[in-house]
Design a protein around this ligand. Structure first.
Ligand code: PLP
Length: 360
């Protein structure tokens, strides 16, 4: 096993078995004599990789047949604009639930294309919770309702599915993608970048219900038009072939872990370990409402911020890396995605306890 545990929020740690397989196949994929990176995206070898990845993702998430799966580029950030261009209807009104820094960016992007109604916000409370759904001021004629199921920076996650009636529910799931089962049929669209919990940077996945396709705003560039991408099976132009391949290996690895309910159990165990270490100490704290604490991204602060640098240095000496919090909030953040072994979290907790003893 690798000795370093990487708590980066993204690009993030990947399963060691997947990296080993990719390494073994790097020069010569399945005896074809060249690497996946060198394959034509129109050739039958790459197409088989692409189709298998989509089939495995559909199986893992139980994606209904009336949903398209798109393998795109440009990151979740480009989707902030693309989803508005594809989903805004005549009145160009959309509802957003504002729970953090990624929502803020999604809102700013959507404002270029229509009117954004902030139906609920936790901004004034420092993004420490998800506003209760009965307080949301939703509009009946909104084109869609946008949420972010897991705010990667604040560490705020939904553990319920909001009901938005006939208005399609849209979620950024970049950092909670494949960490637990999600009922796809409750959403009009789900999207996220791969580099948090799925694979290398460069791949962005969109899952969209097919009745929402075909209404992109006039002037939408073709590579951003979901229908054009769906019609071309995500091959409108060159897809991020190597990233799709590695994501496909991760999907197979996840199936070996018992699928999403199997990995969810491990994720619950890891999160419980870390949050109870934080709660049992008077030295560390996490500001998020207990019912919204992210299982994937755990921000925490030390009682004395002057010790931050020393904490990080000591952690690195123990090969616990990338624990520094996002530059906008400071403190620490441990991202404990699917590929983080339980042992990595145990090592972190032991280090935190030892540090508290000597500095607390
Ligand atoms: C990382 C992240 C993004 C931005 O992703 P890019 O791929 O860098 O555009 C957006 N939303 C969430 C929730 C994220 O975690």
């Amino acid at each position: 096993m690798r000795e370093t545990f990487n708590f980066s929020a993204g690009p993030a740690t990947l399963p060691e078995a997947v990296l080993q397989q990719a390494a073994a196949e790097m020069l010569d994929w399945h005896g074809c004599g060249h690497s996946v990176m060198e394959m034509s995206h129109r050739g039958k070898q790459y197409i088989s990789i692409h189709e298998q990845a989509e089939a495995d993702l559909r199986e893992l998430m139980s994606i209904p047949e009336n949903y398209k799966v798109l393998f795109l580029q440009g990151g979740a950030t480009l989707q902030f604009s693309a989803l508005a261009m594809n989903l805004m209807r005549e009145n160009r009104q959309a509802d957003y639930i504002h729970t953090g820094q990624w929502c803020k960016k999604a809102i700013a992007a959507a404002k270029q294309f229509g009117t954004v109604n902030i139906a609920a916000s936790s901004e004034e409370d420092g993004y420490n919770h998800v506003p209760a759904p009965e307080t949301w001021l939703l509009q009946k004629d909104a084109s869609y309702v946008h949420i972010c199921l897991d705010e990667t920076i604040g560490g705020v996650e939904y553990f319920f599915t909001p009901h938005t009636g006939d208005v399609p529910l849209v979620s950024d799931i970049s950092s909670t993608f494949l960490s637990r089962p999600i009922d796809v049929s409750q959403y009009g669209m789900l999207y996220g970048g791969a580099q948090k919990n799925i694979g290398p940077a460069g791949l962005t996945i969109v899952i969209v219900r097919d009745d929402l396709l075909g209404h992109a705003l006039p002037g939408t560039p073709q590579p951003l038009d979901y229908k054009a991408n769906a019609d071309a099976d995500s091959m409108l132009n060159t897809p991020p072939t190597f990233a799709v391949y590695v994501a496909g290996l991760v999907f197979q690895w996840l199936k070996q872990q018992g699928g999403l309910s199997g990995i969810e159990k491990l994720n619950q165990e890891k999160a419980a370990l870390l949050y109870s270490a934080i709660d049992e100490s008077s030295f560390y704290s996490n500001p998020v409402a207990v019912q919204n604490r992210s299982r994937m991204n755990v921000p925490f602060t030390l009682a004395d911020a002057a010790l931050d640098a020393e904490f990080l240095k000591g952690a690195e000496a123990q090969r616990l890396i990338q624990l520094k919090g996002h530059r906008s909030v400071g403190g620490m953040r441990a991202s404990i995605y699917n590929a983080m072994p339980v042992q990595g979290v145990q090592r972190l907790v032991e280090y935190m306890q030892a540090f508290e003893k000597s500095h607390g």
